[in-house]
Each structure stands twice: as C-alpha cells, then as structure tokens.
Design a protein around this ligand. Structure first.
Ligand SMILES: Nc1ncnc2c1ncn2[C@@H]1O[C@H](COP(=O)(O)OP(=O)(O)O)[C@@H](O)[C@H]1O
Ligand SMILES: [Mg+2]
Length: 238
C-alpha cells in the first residue's frame, strides 16, 4: 500500500500541495481529479520522487520511502506514465519497451515486451516504427506499455485521455480497467470524470492543492461537485 501522510509538495520554496493524505491500497484503483493547476501532476511528482516532499511522509508496504530516490522507487514497483507521455521519438516501439524493461531488471526482457504486446496488439503491429511516428493513442499505449514492462505493482498515469479521441481513450481506459480488475494497483489522474469513475472504485477531488472531496465512486456520484465535473466546464463527457 502507498500512503502519503501530511505531504507537502512543491517546487523549491513554493508549496503547491499543502497537506495531503492519500492512500492507494493493494489492488485498489484510485483516481485523482481536479481542475487545471490543482496540483495533480505535482502530487504525482512527489510520489515518483521527482520532487522531494517539503514535509510529511510517504510509505510503501509500510516502509518509509520519503527520501528514496526516484530510480529506486521504480525498482520497488512504482511506475509512472508522465503527462505528455514522453516516449523516445528516435527509438522504435520495441526499443522504447526494451529500455524500460532493462531499467528495472535485465532478466526476461523479451517476455515482458511480449506481455505488453499481448495487452496492446497495436504495439506489436507497430513494433518497428519510431516512437515519433506513432499516433497520440499509440504513444499513450507505448507510454503505459513502458511502465508495465517494469512489472509494477502500482501503475500511476497522469492524464490518460488528454488529447485523444473518445474511441481511443475508451479503448486504452478499458485495458487499464482490466489490469486493475486483475489486481494491479492504479492511481489515475484524469480530467474526464466519467472515464475516471469507470476505471476506478474510489477517488479524490483536488482543488488549489487540497483534497476537497474523497470517497467511493458511489459516494462521489451523489455530490454536487462531481456532478459539476460530469456536466460543467471540466467534464468532457465521454
Ligand atoms: N516547475 C514548476 N515550478 C513552479 N511551479 C510549478 C511548476 N510546475 C507547476 N507549477 C505550479 O504548480 C501548480 C499546480 O500545477 P500542476 O501540478 O501541474 O497542476 P495539475 O496537474 O493539477 O494541472 C500550478 O499553479 C503551476 O503553476
Ligand atoms: Mg497535470
């Protein structure tokens, strides 16, 4: 289980997320939703270790990882798909996956890549294409595939649907939902409330760096705030 307690996260002297308490249990799928600039990506940077916590603690399986470097968190099973995907454009699909698989464990690289191809057959078809030539949807599959090639226990995705057509993000989202149903822990940052609530069982609503609502999908669906997200400005209906 991942647990952040009174976490404060920001950039240099600037605090963006004030006092965050957040958990993702084993096999649990949890979303983090909120308007632009709410601090969702900053929260993920704190979890991945790219930004150190300014205060508070983070534990993983009950062990304190507050000061563990980002590279070691990946080895412990925490994999992050960053906002904007950041696939290597000059490497092929297969090379992108190899780099990711090798980074964590040099054994069974081929097997891991095959697992990713089984999950996203489109990537197998495109395995010799350069990352830079893929469509947005294919890049998102590759970015998720790279994270999965590390055989994580927690998959963290920043903005799954961003910039993708509904038919594409529904497809990718369904794969993530199946992974979650199969027992992988998922933390999903997503602006599309409907999509987030289809994939996950529980969630947090973040605004101005604070959790303003938290609960199960059933609980959250009944709140005005989530209804606004469904229907209002943010709630790209999909
Ligand atoms: N590198 C940075 N340095 C300073 N402030 C930043 C940096 N990146 C983001 N911020 C600020 O942090 C706040 C939250 O940003 P972010 O976590 O990206 O929000 P979200 O992902 O919810 O849209 C914003 O006000 C943004 O300006
Ligand atoms: Mg963001």
């Amino acid at each position: 289980m991942l647990e952040l307690t009174h976490a404060r996260i920001g950039y240099g002297p600037v605090t963006v997320v004030g006092d965050l308490n957040l958990t993702v249990g084993d096999g649990e799928s949890v979303f983090l939703i909120g308007p632009n600039g709410a601090g969702k990506s900053t929260t993920l940077r704190g979890i991945s270790g790219l930004n150190g916590l300014q205060a508070g603690t983070m534990t993983w399986d009950g062990q304190d990882i507050t000061h563990l470097p980002a590279s070691r968190r990946a080895a412990r099973g925490i994999a992050v798909v960053p906002e904007g995907r950041h696939v290597f454009t000059q490497l092929t699909v297969q090379e992108n996956l190899e780099v990711a698989a090798r980074a964590v464990n040099r054994a069974a690289v081929r097997e891991r890549i095959d697992e990713v191809f089984d999950l996203f057959p489109r990537l197998r078809e495109r395995q010799h294409s350069f990352g830079g030539l893929l469509s947005g949807g294919e890049q998102q599959m590759l970015a998720i595939g790279r994270a999965l090639a590390q055989r994580p226990r927690l998959l963290i995705i920043d903005e799954l649907s961003l910039g993708l057509a509904p038919v594409i993000y529904q497809h990718v989202g369904e794969t993530v939902r199946e992974l979650a149903a199969g027992g992988l822990s998922v933390l999903l940052v997503e602006q599309n409330a409907r999509l987030a609530m289809r994939i996950c069982s529980r969630g947090y609503l973040l605004a101005h760096g604070e959790v303003v609502l938290a609960g199960t999908v059933e609980e959250l669906e009944r709140t005005d705030e989530m209804r606004d997200l469904y229907l209002g400005g943010l709630g790209k209906v999909g």
